[in-house]
Write a protein that binds this ligand. Structure first.
Ligand SMILES: Cc1cc2nc3c(=O)[nH]c(=O)nc-3n(C[C@H](O)[C@H](O)[C@H](O)COP(=O)(O)OP(=O)(O)OC[C@H]3O[C@@H](n4cnc5c(N)ncnc54)[C@H](O)[C@@H]3O)c2cc1C
Length: 360
């Protein structure tokens, strides 16, 4: 058992997952968040939570790919470990991603395919399967006859982020977290989490406040928010077995299935820290992409339109860093779910002073 008292500012994906790993290792954990545990306006609750190391390689680099690959090993194990606590199972699938394009947009798909082959390590290229129309229909029957072909990115996955976040909340309560809900943190210092009315002494302080810790990032490596918007619908007439990415010359959109015939359609990516409601333009783009995938989505019921800020560094890589005695985990950008297990595992091992044993 480890008797360290660790204070974590921010109970989003990074902070909450880290709290869980540290509690499991026997640490005492105090967790602070300005919002309630089920607030919907954070990146962690807004995300589509696709686990796409291959597809994301087109817009990221080797570092993100390596974190994603390692996380894809950890996710199934962590799902099992969370279930051991007795909570409700979390929707988690690893049936690949389908990438398609309408006939006028075929060049976008061809470019994406070439980019992937260029950037992917040779050992992983077999995970990219080219499908003709018949094979596509066999893999994803709902889309049979709708596209001339596509790509299947094998091994990619997805999870229900709201279930993951709720499951963690229940489990860390069971493991004895001291959760300071609705407590805004003003500053994180060495050995101290500073709130408006009280300063809390801890052995180790971790800042995981996403864009909320912007002021604590240096000018030569600034943190910024990148706005993303998603549409959530329910459509009992349609079943998709895996996320579908729709290539388009202007934007790439995706439809990620969730339990009970729900779908998350996303996402816009705007260089803006505006946290206001989703715009009409974005709503039209998301809704038309969905409808163009299959006309049956015309009957979908709109459940929610959400916007949130992705915390991003200029190099778009996530960072685990120690600065002035404070540990930071941030910059998860558009790869938070993809990279969280590897990053959190790395930080937890650093905090516990345990030598990492490589996965076998
Ligand atoms: C539209 C959209 C789609 C996405 N899709 C995917 C995807 O498909 N796959 C993928 O891997 N990633 C995706 N992401 C990215 C992923 O959601 C983020 O990288 C991840 O959630 C970031 O987690 P975080 O814990 O670092 O930050 P956050 O989720 O922002 O959490 C930070 C927490 O800190 C709290 N906080 C902030 N300020 C303070 C303060 N002063 N005091 C106390 N608490 C504070 C907040 O309330 C919040 O709970 C998507 C993101 C968006 C927005």
């Amino acid at each position: 058992m480890n008797s360290l008292h660790i204070g974590i500012a921010g109970a989003g994906l990074a902070g909450r997952t880290l709290a869980w790993r540290l509690l499991r290792a026997g640490c005492r954990v105090s967790l602070f968040d300005s919002r309630s545990r089920d607030a919907l306006d954070t990146a962690s609750m807004t995300a589509a939570a696709m686990l796409s190391p291959l597809a994301e390689l087109a817009v990221s680099d080797d570092a993100v790919f390596a974190l994603g690959q390692r996380s894809m090993q950890l996710w199934p194990r962590w799902m099992d470990e969370l279930a051991e606590g007795g909570g409700a199972p979390v929707y988690f699938r690893q049936q690949g991603t389908l990438v398609v394009a309408h006939a006028p947009d075929q060049t976008s798909l061809e470019h994406f395919t070439r980019l992937l082959h260029h950037k992917l390590p040779e050992a992983c290229r077999a995970q990219v399967r080219t499908l003709d129309a018949a094979a596509l229909g066999a893999v994803e029957p709902t889309l049979a006859g709708r596209f001339g072909g596509g790509l299947l990115l094998e091994g990619e996955g997805q999870l229900a982020n709201d279930q993951w976040m709720a499951g963690l909340a229940t489990e860390i309560e069971r493991l004895g977290v001291q959760w300071h809900e609705g407590q805004a943190v003003e500053k994180v210092e060495e050995g101290r989490i500073v709130c408006a009315d009280q300063s809390h002494a801890v052995d180790v302080a971790v800042d995981a406040r996403g864009v909320g810790s912007k002021a604590q990032w240096p000018a030569d490596n600034p943190l910024r928010g990148v706005r993303g918007e998603v549409l959530r619908v329910e459509c009992p007439g349609v079943t998709l077995l895996r996320p579908v990415r729709l290539m388009h010359p202007r934007y790439q959109l995706y439809v990620a299935p969730r339990p009970n015939h729900q779908f998350v359609v996303g996402a816009t990516e705007l260089e803006s820290e505006d946290t206001g409601p989703v715009t009409l333009r974005s709503t039209l783009e998301l809704a038309s992409a969905l409808h163009s995938l299959h006309p049956a989505f015309g009957e979908a019921r709109v459940l929610r339109l959400s916007a949130a800020l992705r915390p991003a560094l200029d190099d778009h890589r996530p960072a685990v860093a120690l600065r002035d005695g404070v540990w930071h985990i941030n910059g998860l950008y558009r790869h938070g779910y993809l990279c969280a297990p590897a990053l959190v595992d790395e930080l937890a091992h650093k905090l516990l002073g345990i030598e990492r044993k490589e996965e076998t």
